[in-house]
Design a protein around this ligand. Structure first.
Ligand SMILES: [Zn+2]
Length: 177
């Protein structure tokens, strides 16, 4: 089904946070091709793991990915899942980040973005990184600090915690602050 194009962007507000499921995923159907493009040998575990991650935007721990795939009848060990997630991350096909509770989480959205995490439900929303002088904020800050210090530094990683729109509405309705 064709959806009409959104109006052309007119300013810095054009990039809004969208529920993950609404972002286009052109590559979702072709994990095999994507693996090859990134120089990764095609293997069944990699195809299965990447296919799962590309089905929709996911933020999953290795353990929950493992359990979901086992439930689908895939014969994978947890260590296979760990090893192949690491390979996919190395190739830039998934991104690893730490959740607020310190858990390692894998993200199928590899474009520059930040996470806002609901402190009530743990829901994670992707927010596109704003750009400064045409450069995503994280890279801009990295280069800024490198210019100031002469050090070689990593891109800063940060996320936001808060309350999802739905939770905020629910709390308002119940009179909770
Ligand atoms: Zn994300």
């Amino acid at each position: 089904m064709n959806r009409s194009e959104p109006p052309a962007s007119t300013g810095p507000q054009a990039q809004e946070a969208r529920p993950a499921a609404e972002r286009p995923r052109a590559e979702a159907a072709e994990p095999r091709r994507v693996l090859k493009q990134h120089g990764l040998r095609y293997s069944r575990p990699r195809e299965v793991i990447l296919g799962y991650l590309l089905e929709e935007d996911r933020h999953v721990s290795a353990e929950s990915l493992y359990m979901d795939l086992r439930q689908r009848g895939e014969e994978l060990s947890l260590s296979t899942v760990y090893l192949n997630l690491a390979a996919l991350a190395e190739a830039g096909l998934v991104r690893e980040f730490k959740s607020p509770n310190g858990l390692s989480v894998y993200d199928s959205n590899v474009s520059p973005h930040y996470h806002v995490v609901c402190r009530d439900t743990g829901e994670v929303l992707d927010v596109p990184a704003p750009e400064i002088d045409g450069v995503p904020l994280g890279r801009y800050l990295k280069e800024y600090v490198e210019r100031l210090t002469g050090w070689e530094v990593d891109e800063p990683r940060f996320s936001f915690t808060g309350r999802s729109a739905a939770e905020a509405r629910a709390a308002e309705g119940s009179g909770e602050g």
